[in-house]
Design a protein around this ligand. Structure first.
Ligand code: AMP
Length: 219
């Protein structure tokens, strides 16, 4: 049973990051840290910060680097992240990538996976996507939960995300190209990058991910 890995998942919206990150977290026995899920939890809790974040998220924008770096810094210092983590949705800008290098200086990131799915394919995936409001589990119109939009894992309500409208999705894809894609050469230069083809069945993509990660991470 493999244990521990400090991993960052890159990939445009709809590439399957969330689904694969959850499976990898289980496989390696580390927490799945999704900044999108953390923000959605703040929205659900109705905090003032959550309300402000919701306006940015619904418009397909990005929450400020300063706030995101603070949230991730705190989260990575929690006890369960000591053996590693699967970081999903962070970093999303070069400034976040540089800040993450500082946060993880004593125990650096071991591998950055870029899950590649062409832009033309992800719009359909995202507009079909449905998520559990309580635990964030991901479904789709073609692979719904077993019973009546009730989450198989926790019994929560399965809905469409407010920011999965076509307009917000296009804005998020443009922002991904402008702000997040520069992280690919940033991590390639540090020899941390592994490219994985995200087109294919979830099981095939998962098997590819594990083999690429195990080849990169010395145990
Ligand atoms: P996700 O679930 O990763 O698609 O994130 C949903 C939304 O949360 C994004 O469209 C952003 O508005 C916001 N968000 C999540 N992670 C970050 C981040 N690292 N930096 C800025 N905004 C973020």
């Amino acid at each position: 049973m493999p244990t521990g890995v400090r991993l960052v998942m890159l990939g445009r919206q709809g590439a399957g990051k969330g689904t694969q990150a959850a499976r990898l977290a289980e496989h390696y026995g580390v927490p799945h840290i999704s900044t999108g899920d953390m923000l959605r939890a703040a929205v659900a809790a109705g905090t003032e910060f959550g309300l402000r974040a919701k306006a940015v998220m619904d418009a397909g924008g990005l929450v400020s680097d300063e706030i995101m770096v603070g949230i991730v810094d705190e989260r990575l210092h929690e006890a369960d992240a000591a053996t590693g983590y699967i970081l999903d949705g962070f970093p999303r800008t070069l400034a976040q990538g540089r800040a993450l290098a500082g946060i993880t200086e004593s125990r650096p990131i071991e591998v950055v996976v870029n899950l590649e799915v062409p832009e033309e394919q992800v719009i359909g995936r995202i507009t079909n996507r449905r998520v559990c409001k309580s635990c964030g589990a991901i479904y789709s119109v073609s692979a719904p939960p077993a019973s009546d939009w009730t989450c198989d894992r926790c019994g929560g309500e399965v809905v469409q995300r407010d920011d999965d409208t076509e307009e917000a999705v296009r804005k998020r894809l443009d922002l991904y190209a402008a702000e997040t894609l520069p992280l690919v050469p940033f991590y390639a230069e540090q020899d941390l990058l592994a490219e994985v083809d995200g087109v294919g069945s979830p099981d095939d993509v998962f098997a590819q991910l594990v083999s690429v990660i195990d080849a990169r991470v010395a145990r």
